[in-house]
Write a protein that binds this ligand. Structure first.
Ligand SMILES: C[S@@+](CC[C@H](N)C(=O)[O-])C[C@H]1O[C@@H](n2cnc3c(N)ncnc32)[C@H](O)[C@@H]1O
Length: 286
């Protein structure tokens, strides 16, 4: 069982709180490492660093069946040592958004935060407009977390935001969702994977590949990386993605992957992958 990072623990506060599986600790731990590296490492290289969370949640999550509360992704990003200059947080659940606003005010009252209530795909123009425009003497770099419950990403949203100077950390929930719904997605006419990958030709490639059905998730993750490469992102191979498994049954749940146009970000990510398997290097308790 993986450790609960001490710096990620928080208290319950009676506000709306999502319940997450034990595996979420791993996600938060890896995000926390990357956010620290990115926010500090990019501080002197860029004039403004912006953090965007498309699926922000309520800011605190409780691990199912326990009293352990953990900071969610927006609160992790707000409590790095070198805070981002600007935050853009989108969440469609009104109660979670209300809880998020209270929690953000509590942990970082002075932070510059734009809240976008609603569906990130429908509100993508507002999200983009909330990011300060860069210029030759004011360079702006954004880091965007894409963390939906399932493989419900819309590639069109990523394509739209990719017009900015922007890196993406994407949670590719291709483990359970894609395997459970294989017949529906592949044999049926569901547009879900077409939307997530931004094309429908993946079906022909899948049929021609001869890859076994149990390896569908690897195929989807690689297809997503190919779609990102079409937007001039550095091609991210499967072995540079972190596969997170469920604690109890050890089932593959999702890949956590970085997409950047800059080698510096990939160097940071290499360290995340290294630390992700060597907890001794981090000041975490159990
Ligand atoms: C897996 S949770 C992510 C939570 C957060 N990133 C964290 O790690 O603490 C997904 C969140 O996205 C919200 N959500 C689902 N679909 C959305 C959409 N299309 N646009 C914005 N938020 C959405 C859900 O209400 C939920 O709070």
């Amino acid at each position: 069982m993986s450790a609960v990072p001490a710096n990620l623990r928080t208290e319950g506060d009676g506000l709306r709180t999502s319940i997450v599986g034990n595996w979420a600790k791993e996600k938060y731990r890896l995000l926390a490492i990357y956010y620290e590296m990115f926010s500090t490492g990019m501080k002197d290289k860029w004039d403004q660093r912006v953090y965007i969370d498309l699926y922000a949640g309520g800011g605190i999550a409780r691990i199912d069946g326990t009293g352990t509360h953990l900071k969610g992704s927006p609160l992790i990003a707000l409590t790095v040592r070198n805070r981002f200059d600007k935050y853009v947080l989108c969440e469609e659940d009104e109660d979670l958004m209300a809880a998020l606003k209270v929690r953000v005010k509590r942990v970082a009252p002075a932070a510059d935060v734009s809240y976008i209530s609603g569906n990130c795909d429908e509100r993508v123009e507002e999200i983009s407009n909330a990011v300060p425009r860069g210029s030759s003497d004011r360079r702006v770099l954004s880091l965007c977390l894409v963390d939906p419950f399932d493989f419900g990403i819309k590639f069109s949203t990523i394509r739209r935001l990719s017009r900015l100077f922007i890196d993406f950390v994407v949670l590719l929930a291709v483990g359970m969702d894609a395997n459970r719904n294989y017949d529906h997605y592949v044999e049926g006419n569901s547009p879900k994977i077409d939307d997530a990958l931004g094309n429908s030709e993946w079906r022909d490639r899948w049929r021609a590949s001869g890859i076994k059905r149990r390896n569908f998730r690897q195929f989807l993750a690689e297809e997503f990386a190919t779609s990102m490469a079409s937007l001039d992102y550095i091609a991210t191979p499967l072995n540079q993605m972190k596969l997170v498994k469920s604690g109890e049954k050890n089932l593959p749940l999702y890949y956590l992957a970085l997409f950047s146009r800059h080698q510096t970000a990939h160097k940071f990510w290499d360290d995340v992958l290294k630390y992700g398997t060597d907890q001794r290097q981090l000041d975490f308790d159990s």
